[in-house]
Ligand binder design. Structure first.
Ligand SMILES: NC(=O)c1ccc[n+]([C@@H]2O[C@H](COP(=O)([O-])OP(=O)(O)OC[C@H]3O[C@@H](n4cnc5c(N)ncnc54)[C@H](O)[C@@H]3O)[C@@H](O)[C@H]2O)c1
Ligand SMILES: [Zn+2]
Ligand SMILES: [Zn+2]
Length: 354
């Protein structure tokens, strides 16, 4: 039996590198040798026991690699091809996928909430030497030769998610946009708002280092929520309220502030993962008759999404490499988790090299 090293979840606050069985490709599947991956904020939720996955699961959902095995029924690829695979791996065949709701993929016939998120959630994930890719025909995106792994790894999840905050919010040319939180997701939402043609982008955070990066990613103004009344500042800067407010943290406070920052008829585009109860005070959304829109989005995946995002990088529209602040080998991943989890040393994202 061939073995590989992988990051295995063993219960709350317990992850470790283990020798496990190497996967092989069945019908419609592929195996890639992972050449670069990273750690997501959602992986922290998993390790901290805040998002349940089964013990023994290999975690991680942001893979770049080289095809080493193709199962029957996967066409148009060969071993040795470099590929990017999205965090979300839709089947491309079910009712959800064919209706355009790829992230809520049912895999078989129907819809399943969050069903498109498989890696490191319902099946083994990417923080390993090898990764089994399901529904490979719909999910292997070839990487253009001129792009390095480091230029595309963040497209699998955080950039796809962050950009989608601006896309789902339907940012229009000339809009004023406020982005609540400038972590990796919020920073990519900022970049997304810029790509969509916003005239004014306001970034909110409380971390000096992140506010600085926010400017670099496209914010015209940054607000430190610890030092000002963000909602009234946004109202002042926008002359009455933002057209679109993007929530990129997942708390009652930021959700509510995002809603209160909108102009009448504005859009709240929510990306954060919430827990417990989320409340909407009646005055924050004009008692329900303010023509506001509230929209939520799970990271878009699939090979066409990845191709489009790689095109944006290849054409020089955006550069995400400044967000990759640290590098660890797979064997050092536990150290990587601790640095990332404690946000030490100005960390934004860590590159993990198997
Ligand atoms: N929708 C999706 O598909 C999807 C995908 C990945 C992650 N997420 C979620 O997105 C959220 C953000 O992820 P991340 O990795 O960027 O998180 P992160 O923890 O790295 O960053 C959060 C940022 O919020 C800032 N912050 C804290 N309190 C704040 C406040 N009151 N106002 C403004 N900023 C504040 C922090 O300083 C930090 O910079 C998480 O909830 C994560 O689970 C969603
Ligand atoms: Zn993620
Ligand atoms: Zn599907």
């Amino acid at each position: 039996m061939e073995k590989m090293r992988a990051t295995v979840f063993r219960g709350k606050d317990q992850i470790q590198i283990e020798e496990v069985e190497r996967p092989h490709a069945g019908v419609g599947e592929a195996v890639i040798r992972v050449t670069l991956t990273t750690i997501c904020g959602t992986d922290l939720h998993i390790v901290r026991g805040e998002y349940p996955v089964r013990e023994g699961l290999i975690i991680g959902h942001e893979p770049v690699g080289v095809i080493v095995e193709l199962g029957p029924g996967v066409h148009g690829y060969k071993t040795g091809d470099r590929v990017l695979v999205g965090a979300i791996t839709p089947c491309g065949q079910c009712r959800a996928c064919l209706s355009g709701d790829l992230s809520q993929c049912g895999g078989g016939e129907d819809y399943q909430a969050l069903g498109g998120w498989r890696f490191g959630n319902t099946i083994n994930g990417a923080q390993a030497e090898y990764l089994l890719v399901p529904h490979a025909q719909a999910n292997l995106a070839k990487i253009p030769d001129e792009l390095a792994d480091e230029q595309v790894v963040l497209l699998a999840d955080i950039a796809s998610t962050g950009f989608s905050g601006a896309e789902s919010g339907q940012v229009r040319i000339g809009d004023a946009v406020v982005v609540f939180a400038q972590g990796p997701i919020g920073l990519c939402a900022t970049a997304g708002a810029k790509l969509m043609g916003a005239a004014l982008i306001i970034g909110v955070d409380g971390d000096e280092n992140r506010l600085q990066m926010a400017r670099r990613m496209g914010c015209d103004v940054v607000l430190d929520y610890r030092e000002c009344d963000v909602v009234s500042e946004v109202k002042k800067l926008t002359g009455g309220g933002a057209d679109v407010a993007i929530e990129a943290l997942g708390t009652q406070q930021t959700f509510e502030s995002a809603l209160r920052s909108l102009r009448p008829g504005g859009t709240l585009s929510s990306l954060g993962v919430y827990s417990g109860k989320l409340q909407i005070p009646y005055d924050a959304f004009a008692a329900g008759i303010g023509d506001d829109r509230i929209i939520t989005t799970l990271c878009p995946g699939g090979k066409e999404r990845m191709r489009r995002l790689m095109e944006i990088v290849r054409r020089g529209r955006v550069d995400l490499t400044p967000l990759l602040t640290h590098t660890f080998s797979l064997d050092q991943i536990v150290e990587g988790y601790s640095l990332f989890g404690e946000r030490r040393d100005g960390v934004l994202k860590v590159a993990i090299k198997p």
